[in-house]
Design a protein around this ligand. Sequence first.
Ligand SMILES: *[C@@H]1O[C@H](CO)[C@@H](O)[C@H](O)[C@H]1NC(C)=O
Ligand SMILES: *[C@@H]1O[C@H](CO)[C@@H](O)[C@H](O)[C@H]1NC(C)=O
Ligand SMILES: *[C@@H]1O[C@H](CO)[C@@H](O)[C@H](O)[C@H]1NC(C)=O
Ligand SMILES: *[C@@H]1O[C@H](CO)[C@@H](O)[C@H](O)[C@H]1NC(C)=O
Ligand SMILES: *[C@@H]1O[C@H](CO)[C@@H](O)[C@H](O)[C@H]1NC(C)=O
Ligand SMILES: *[C@@H]1O[C@H](CO)[C@@H](O)[C@H](O)[C@H]1NC(C)=O
Ligand SMILES: *[C@@H]1O[C@H](CO)[C@@H](O)[C@H](O)[C@H]1NC(C)=O
Length: 788
Amino acid sequence: MFPIKTWKCSPSLIAAVASLVVVVSIVHLLFSPLVPSLDNLRAKKVQKSCFPVDGSRERVSYGFAANLSQWVYADSRKAVIYRGAPWREEIGQWLLHCHSATSTIDVVEKISGNRCKNDCSGQGICNHELGQCRCFHGYAGEECSERLHFKCNHPGSPEQPYGPWVVSICAGYCDTTRAMCFCGQGTKYPNRPLAEACGFQTELPSIPDDPIVTNWAKPDLDNIFTTNISKPGWCNVNPEEAYSSKVRFKEECDCKYDGLWGRFCEMPVQSTCINQCSGHGHCHGGFCLCDGGWYGADCSIPSILSTVHDWPQWLRPATVNVPDTRHSIPSMSAVVKKKRPLIYVYDLAPELNIHLLEGRHYKFECVNRIYNELNATFWTEELYGSQMALYESILASPYRTLNGEQADYFFVPVFDSCIITRADDAPHLSMRDHGGLRSSMTLEFYKKAYDHIVDQYPYWNRSAGRDHFWSFSWDEGACYAPKEIWSSMMLVHWGNTNSKHNHSTTAYLLDNWDTIPSDKRGNHPCFDPQKDLVIPAWKKPNPDSLRLKLWSRSLKERTTLFYFNGNLGSAYANGRPESTYSMGIRQNLAKEFGSIPDMEGKLGRQHSDDVIVTPLRSNDYYEKLASSIFCGVLPGDGWSGRMEDSIFHGCIPVVIQDGIFLPYENVLDYNSFAVRVREDEIPNLMQILRAFNETEIEFLLANVRMIWQRFFYRDSIVLEAERQEIGYGHVADWAVEALKLSEEDVLSTFLEVILDMLLNDALARRIYPILTNKLNECCNRSHLPPRE
Ligand SMILES: *[C@@H]1O[C@H](CO)[C@@H](O)[C@H](O)[C@H]1NC(C)=O
Ligand SMILES: *[C@@H]1O[C@H](CO)[C@@H](O)[C@H](O)[C@H]1NC(C)=O
Ligand SMILES: *[C@@H]1O[C@H](CO)[C@@H](O)[C@H](O)[C@H]1NC(C)=O
Ligand SMILES: *[C@@H]1O[C@H](CO)[C@@H](O)[C@H](O)[C@H]1NC(C)=O
Ligand SMILES: *[C@@H]1O[C@H](CO)[C@@H](O)[C@H](O)[C@H]1NC(C)=O
Ligand SMILES: *[C@@H]1O[C@H](CO)[C@@H](O)[C@H](O)[C@H]1NC(C)=O
Ligand SMILES: *[C@@H]1O[C@H](CO)[C@@H](O)[C@H](O)[C@H]1NC(C)=O
């Protein structure tokens, strides 16, 4: 059929070899002029051996070892179904035949024991790999002996004694280790947060319906520190008395900080930490104070002083060589059986991630969960919580390794979700040096991480960073990645290839990156489909949606043709005023199909009974999605969570954003479960959708049902369910429902994609020369005939 090279495969590779045959043959057939039908494929004989018996270079016929009933072409574009998802053909074929064939390898995990100077003065956790301190918030220096002073307020003036209000401002006691504001000594509740408006006088508006104004120049100490029960107080207010209305309290005061629950912050609760410190430490704010023998942002890395018995699942089963003189050696090794892709996670300076978590002024920000008065999980609606979810999953995954030499990928966990929400929170996070741009300020954090790993580890230089990946969770994705790291893989929610929208498209000026000088960001696009990946936004597990299986609603139960709910711009009350909002796309949709009157009383030009385009969020939003056939996926300032909403409720996504990729769009076959409509086709949108016949719609719906879990952070949710059960005996509804699910989720999809990228194709060509012998030779794509 085609000439074949002489391959040397060990007997243990026979299975993989058989797979190769399938790939080779099918790819060959597919690229021949006549595409064979499934029946033609079936007719081939099965042959178990992959290479010519005598190693000859003769033409040989090959057959198929795969289970052909799984070999379903999703559509005429030949998507390939692998583990329930329609993949783009090339990657699908590779996964189908080579993924399971990747063999188990012995990884030599290095358990380090490098000491830190002066044991970090008791004010930090020692990273035993580098022998470097990771200091607590507010401490710095080699031994964490230097005390920093993070002010709560900008410098004051006679007119503004507490400085200008930026995001946060403090009239009480400032904890300068974290720039957080409390009632302080001399009050009955010194540890009660005294956030922002709580501490300042409010002024009634001169016009009756206008909002109340806070005067940031005038502290409200008479009230907040009062012990007079007829004044609205805060710092001396006894919660029981306030709950029973015996005393008054100031309404503007709020329990904003993490780790505290109740109207008056009267209940200490768990704070949110990465993996809740993995059972080897306790969570202080967002910083894991690790037990002796453990380190890392989530205390998951054992040092030589740990007990082997306590090691995490991902270091098992291990063959450990325990030397007699444990205390005098800097490291020991453990051989662990693992499968690729192997991921090394950098333990970065805490300023780049967990200090931002610990110092956050509003507990819901940038995390996917907090804890309630029972220390039970309270999931947030923060779309950006995905960054934390993925980080936690990777840290606890069996693909993690401590051996950078053997690792395939390197994860650099900078927390931009928390940087962005904290930008300007306090003077040390001021954006003044960044022209007021948090995009530019965030860039600096990534640059610092880059400088650190280039300097301290050999791995970046080995591959020029091509085997590194970074996550950018914010609205503009990796648009403002520093130029130095663009060679790496970017995990984003915003897949803008800049082919059409070739500048900063956000209407939110602080995120704009057009003016960041090119010596900092270079001139890269926001997303490169050859190397980057769009990953889903965080959506909390909704026990009702899960129990009712809203994703599985049949076509019969879907009576609305098209549904979109979201801000539709300036034509509507409370609409975003900027014409650049949503790049004008939502506004155009509303002009044509708006289903409620705008401020001029007008409906969309082509409004129709079975089309809903509305800025009003109804209480039964999920029901609405689940009773619609098509759901709109349109940008907001940047990305929005509409793709996840649509998929989770079994609705076919209709994507309207030219040149901007959605989750997995460069790897999954979107034609199998979504509809893409060009921005300039909006006037014809309903004609386009009405032209789909029932068979096609059923086909798309069936695929949405098959893939919805790939948009769900189930792994991270299950990790939390386990922690809750072990720690408190809690088994919540969401946990029960999440544990029933078993399909591939965000983490497993990500792992499939990076394995394919590693062993196959584009990235392989970029990384190899440098990293050799990783590839199972029988799945080496360069042995396949060239593509068109
Ligand atoms: C082939 O795959 C189908 C669907 O996954 C399964 O039902 C069937 O049992 C498999 N057959 C064999 C021989 O493995
Ligand atoms: C308590 O506050 C009320 C209302 O402001 C005031 O009338 C009263 O004199 C105060 N009592 C004391 C003991 O200061
Ligand atoms: C919740 O956790 C906090 C912090 O560990 C602890 O102080 C508190 O007593 C716990 N509350 C309950 C109800 O378990
Ligand atoms: C990596 O390369 C950079 C620039 O060439 C160099 O400054 C740095 O020291 C290198 N890092 C290591 C660990 O060799
Ligand atoms: C963006 O594209 C337009 C049209 O192709 C072009 O005129 C403009 O110069 C481009 N802008 C940038 C910043 O590349
Ligand atoms: C539906 O559309 C598909 C693709 O255009 C076509 O192959 C099929 O015959 C149509 N089915 C019906 C029932 O019209
Ligand atoms: C894959 O095959 C090509 C061509 O035979 C070879 O040059 C390359 O080294 C192989 N890659 C690996 C990682 O084995």
